[in-house]
Design a protein around this ligand. Sequence first.
Ligand SMILES: C[S@@+](CC[C@H](N)C(=O)[O-])C[C@H]1O[C@@H](n2cnc3c(N)ncnc32)[C@H](O)[C@@H]1O
Length: 323
Amino acid sequence: MDTISDTLIQSIRRKRANGDEEYAKPFLKWAGGKSQLLTEFAARLPVELKEGLLTRYIEPFVGGGAMFFYIIQLFPLNESILCDKNPELILTWETIKKDVTGLIRLLSEMQVHYYSLDEVDRMSYFYEVRDALNDEQKSFDYTKFNETTVRRASQIIFLNRTCFNGLFRLNSKGEFNVPFGRYKNPTIVNEKNLKKISALLSNTSFIQGDFNTCLEYAGKKTFMYLDPPYRPLNKTSSFTGYSSEGFSEEDQIRLADFFVNADQAGSKIMLSNSDPRNEDPSDHFFDDLFRDYHIERILAKRIINSVGEKRGAINELIIRNYQ
Ligand SMILES: C[S@@+](CC[C@H](N)C(=O)[O-])C[C@H]1O[C@@H](n2cnc3c(N)ncnc32)[C@H](O)[C@@H]1O
């Protein structure tokens, strides 16, 4: 274990626990968020990152960006490229970079209004915002940045803070369909954190699209962290080979090809995924795909059956092209 990274992480955690907001943290709760595993990942970062020799960071499946926030605040980088297929997510990251003041204003108005309501009216307001977001979705122009983008970002953050389980999930039509969550006084706007994030994003660019788009940026001074949707663990009779985000086994294979290409371009790469051998010890899917690389199994705590009740310690895979 790398004790320097460990100590740093523990110090960040302690400061946060004490209410110290020196460090920016993810602004969305995101399915598959990696905050819990950061210590394990941090212990396996390339030494060149700490030495300042890797100056470009690429995260092709950024989600809420737990790893990005860790890396950008501890290591010297010249630029970052963050990518995700989800247009609502990228729109929100872009808004924090480009108009954090406008976003904070809208979120503050929403928070004041929300706090003034009783639970029944809070629920109606939640569904009003949800309907507005979904009604606009088909005609929304994601290619332009203007005040409607900022408004949409405020709706997304508001829904993420007030919905059931605090997750952002879209159905197959791309609509947000999570129901109302009964939180007492959820923090809808964290002004300090948003401002800090905005400042951190000055040398960050965003890509909305498939991970493969990132390949052209892979180079010698690059570190890449890949956190794709998990390969489903339970092979039930209705098993389709797709994760809830529509990421198929074929996509996992495409990603392995991407890994090889980025490796050949000289990048240092770390990938994490669920370990299929938790369920079926004879399933060597990832062992075969990444047989030329360094594969490790670490313990992670997460929901492991489809009903979502059984939690336990299971293995997570970490695959790297460096030791
Ligand atoms: C496991 S999550 C990443 C979580 C992230 N590491 C965090 O800490 O929040 C996987 C992400 O991949 C995105 N995604 C799914 N298919 C994709 C694709 N083909 N290309 C790029 N991103 C994709 C999803 O929208 C989701 O945000």
